[in-house]
Design a protein around this ligand. Structure first.
Ligand code: HEM
Length: 476
């Protein structure tokens, strides 16, 4: 599909062939990002990885992320952190059993944020109640949720403020940029202070320490300035919080609509893990059905339905199509994930079985399934993202017995999803979670409905935000 938005020519690739054209055959032509206002104010002046223009700085950043910041060794060294935060989340959910409703997404966001904060920043900077003195939080959970929601809303697939100069939108982006900057300055100052204090005895314990060390490295091809350290830190925190949480929420939502799949997942967990303990990362390779559930949720509900925007640097041609340089390009992985030509007549149905025994994967090699994108610009956080999604989801299913509230049919769940759907969960017989826990689960997102209604999800993120507010309203 070819469009024109303001002064930008735009192409949207909505088939496997078009995805292969943009992300593989012409990956280098479409490797740039557009210079959008969000990149200036929330991407630390285009110095983060997401908004950095293609060039030596971005190439070096990707290399450092792969070999240092998100290397398999780094990820392994923080396994206990992820494990502890997942257990803490399960306990919190259990403790709220008496509440009339629990918004699962809130718990998912906090668990992912706490895990990523401890890995990246060395401690939790977002604390309930704000704290006091040196332990004071850099942001409260409410503030941080606002920051994340604003971030995704304002850097949504297309920001209308970039097409048509629109002052209120730009003011909002600047305000958010300032709030992020305050947060990041506080983090950096604390880390620098420790480095000064410990002098020669200083050893890096978290990813910000590592970034500050890298920034001091005189052998780097392109120096990393303070903005770069802040930008990378922000990418790690924002990239690792919302995406994983929303994916897990969709997977839970689909399992609740499809009791057979939920039963199969539960049976697999009972068989492989047993009822005496929770799931660890080591168990994941032994849970093929759970892996299929995650792939199926990502196929139907990719968190970025159009991937991140690309900008062509040179002309590219495919068949009868000529795409000139300077064209904004999107890949509609949402449409590809539901294309009956690829997935058959049941393309819109949640059937994890389609992935059992299949070699189709989410790692960017199979153009039918691209929740993390593909090519040189594909998501560098895939390893961490998958670990968190699989671990949290498996434990939610293993730790509680979920079902819809009495009198509610599963068809209603689909219908009521956009207005928040209540459903109940009971804890299963586990030593760490005693029985009889009653919860209400409410998925808060409905990006699909938006896409179905509007075809071009220009601001699909706004729908999600509206839903969050709506669901919070329903709790009262
Ligand atoms: C379920 C989890 C996640 C999903 C579904 C996801 C998805 C994506 C997608 C679709 C893109 C755009 C790729 C493209 O343009 O082709 C992307 C880019 C990116 N993601 Fe993720 N992501 C996830 C987790 C993470 C995590 C955990 C991090 C960091 C710790 C992260 C950091 C980034 C960054 C920095 C980029 C920009 C890459 C670049 O422009 O070079 N993501 N992600």
């Amino acid at each position: 599909m070819s469009l024109r938005l303001g002064s930008f020519p735009v192409v949207v690739g909505s088939s496997v062939d078009a995805a292969r054209f943009i992300l593989k055959a012409h990956d280098l032509a479409f490797i740039d990002r557009p210079r959008m206002t969000s990149g200036r104010y929330t991407g630390c002046n285009y110095s983060d990885v997401l908004w950095a223009p293609y060039g030596a700085y971005w190439r070096q950043a990707r290399k450092l992320w792969k070999t240092e910041i998100l290397s398999p060794r780094q990820l392994r060294s923080h396994e206990h952190v992820r494990d502890e935060e997942v257990r803490a989340m399960l306990r919190d959910i259990y403790d709220q059993a008496a509440a009339p409703a629990v918004v699962l997404l809130d718990h998912l966001l906090m668990a992912n944020l706490n895990a990523i904060s401890r890995m990246v920043l060395g401690k939790k900077y977002v604390v309930d109640g704000g704290g006091e003195g040196p332990a004071a939080a850099a942001a409260t959970p409410e503030e941080f949720k606002w920051m994340i929601d604003e971030f995704f809303f304002l850097s949504g697939a297309l920001n209308v403020g970039d097409m048509i100069p629109w002052l209120p939108q730009i003011k909002r982006i600047k305000r958010l940029g300032k709030r992020f900057d305050r947060f990041l300055e506080r983090v950096l100052e604390e880390h620098e202070e420790r480095r000064r204090r410990e002098g020669d005895g200083f050893a890096a314990v978290d990813m910000v320490d590592l970034l500050l060390e890298l920034a001091d490295d005189p052998n780097l091809e392109v120096p990393i300035q303070r903005d770069g350290v802040k930008g990378f830190t922000l990418d790690l925190i924002v990239g690792g919080t919302d995406t994983s949480s929303v994916t897990i929420e969709w997977a839970m939502s689909e399992l609740l609509r499809n009791p057979d799949a939920l039963t199969k997942a539960t049976e697999e967990l009972d068989r492989v893990i047993g009822r005496e303990r929770l799931v660890t990362e080591q168990d994941i390779p032994n849970l093929p059905y759970m892996e299929a559930v995650v792939k199926e949720a990502m196929r139907l509900h990719p968190v970025t339905p159009l991937l991140a925007p690309r900008m062509s640097r040179e002309d590219a041609s495919m068949g009868d199509y000529d795409v000139p340089s300077g064209t904004l390009a999107f890949v509609n992985v949402w449409a590809i994930g539901r294309d009956p030509a690829v997935w058959g007549g049941a393309a819109n149905e949640f059937r994890p079985e389609r992935f059992v025994g299949s070699s189709l994967d989410v790692k960017g090699q199979d153009f039918e399934l691209l929740p993390f994108g593909s090519g040189r610009r594909m998501c560098p956080g895939i390893g961490l993202g998958l670990k968190m999604v699989q671990l949290v989801l498996a434990n939610l299913v293993h730790g509680f017995a979920w079902r819809l509230p009495d009198g509610m049919a599963k068809e209603e769940l689909a219908w009521r999803r956009s207005s928040g759907c209540p459903c109940r969960a009971w804890s299963r017989s586990k030593p760490s979670l005693s029985q009889g826990c009653r919860l209400t689960y409410m998925p808060a997102h409905d990006a699909d409905a938006f896409i179905e209604c509007h075809c071009i999800p220009v601001t699909f993120r706004s729908m999600r935000r509206a839903n969050v507010i709506h669901v919070l309203g329903m709790r009262n």
